[in-house]
Design a protein around this ligand. Structure first.
Ligand code: TXA
Ligand code: MG
Length: 325
């Protein structure tokens, strides 16, 4: 069954907000491209985004707020961030900043990174939807993995219609290319992706940018390594063993499914029911919880490799492989 396409009148926006608060997926227009929105504070809703997009790995997502002040509680706002936000928000500029310690946003939206990408979009429907939902929305472009970014509701329906709950139709996106992304966690800041705001315009406000991949994302193994890269920020400090069916008594065990072998020092279950969406939702939070010096290592149960299992296994393999420290 294909998701209903609803003209974005106030009643449809209210219904979309209810759907989002209940953990659903709603495609909505921004000034750049259509986004596939979910409640960014819900691990489960964010996991559903990855399932719908069909990516074999977790990519960090942009979190959309209706005001800069909402986003300032999620990330550590630097003075450069304040200058850029003052100049270009609402608008097609995304800032990558450090998550605050008590950041309420799903760790899955950051793909386990210590950073978060945020922006205030400049489209009345997007702003009305975020305000009505009362929560920040995680939203990648609303296309299947590998497909073009959608600039009309019909594009979204073709690509994702059978995988999401609702499409808000606000007409064609006026900008038509994605937001410019700047990583402000490093000095000089990095232009991660050219987009709707020109590089020169940004440089007039904060000075020179360098172009390239995010250092943090590269170190986390999310992007190809350039020579001389440093160790991972992402991998747990403890060694990680995969496909373990007999955990050792000094290990923490990350289980999956109803059959849990005994013997570990401590056990957490990614999904007692064996549900891969639930497992993805819990992955980064549980890895964090188990990465504790009380244990000799983290042993992980075999995870099926279909659906979101492929992305979960991709992250776990990186966590297990990166023992360069
Ligand atoms: O215009 C846009 O930005 C649209 C609309 C919907 O807002 N969104 C969009 O999202 O293009 P997406 O997921 O297709 O692209 C987001 C990009 C990804 O390439 C991702 O790797 C990068 O942002 N990104 C997100 N969080 C990041 C982080 N913490 N560090 C580095 N890169 C990040
Ligand atoms: Mg995209």
């Amino acid at each position: 069954m294909s998701a209903p396409i609803r003209a974005a009148d106030p009643a449809a926006v209210e219904e979309a907000a209810r759907t989002l608060r209940a953990g659903g997926l709603v495609a909505f227009p921004t000034e750049t491209v259509y986004g596939l929105g979910a409640d960014a504070t819900s691990d489960r809703a964010v996991a559903r985004i990855f399932e719908a997009k069909g990516r074999p790995e977790f990519n960090p997502l942009i979190v959309h707020g209706d005001t800069a002040s909402i986003l300032m509680r999620l990330v550590r706002f630097t003075s450069r961030a304040a200058s850029l936000a003052g100049m270009f928000w609402p608008g097609p500029l995304t800032l990558v900043l450090a998550r605050t310690d008590d950041c309420p946003i799903s760790r899955l939206a950051s793909a386990g990174l210590p950073t978060l990408a945020v922006r205030v979009p400049k489209h009345p429907v997007a702003l009305a939807l975020i305000a009505a939902t009362g929560r920040p929305l995680a939203a990648p472009s609303a296309n299947r993995s590998g497909a073009l970014s959608p600039t009309t509701a019909a594009h979204v329906a073709t690509s994702l219609g059978d995988r999401i709950d609702m499409i808000l139709d606000g007409g064609a996106c006026p900008v038509g290319v994605e937001s410019t992304i700047v990583d402000l966690t490093v000095d000089p800041p990095i232009l991660l992706r050219p987009g709707g705001v020109a590089r020169e315009a940004i440089e007039r406000v904060i000075g020179p940018l360098v172009a390239g991949p995010s250092e943090v994302a590269v170190e986390a193994g999310l992007l190809p390594k350039a020579p001389g890269q440093l160790r991972s920020h992402y991998a747990p400090r403890l060694p990680v063993r995969l496909d373990v069916t007999a955990p050792r008594p000094d290990e923490a065990y990350l289980a999956f499914g109803p059959d849990v072998p005994p013997g570990a020092a401590e056990m957490h279950n990614l999904s007692p029911a064996g549900d891969l969406v639930e497992a993805a939702a819990n992955l980064f939070g549980l890895l964090h919880a188990l990465d504790d010096a009380r244990f000799a290592g983290i042993a992980v149960a075999p995870i099926p490799d279909h659906g979101l299992g492929a992305a979960i296994n991709d992250r776990l393999r990186r966590a297990a492989a990166d023992r360069t420290r």
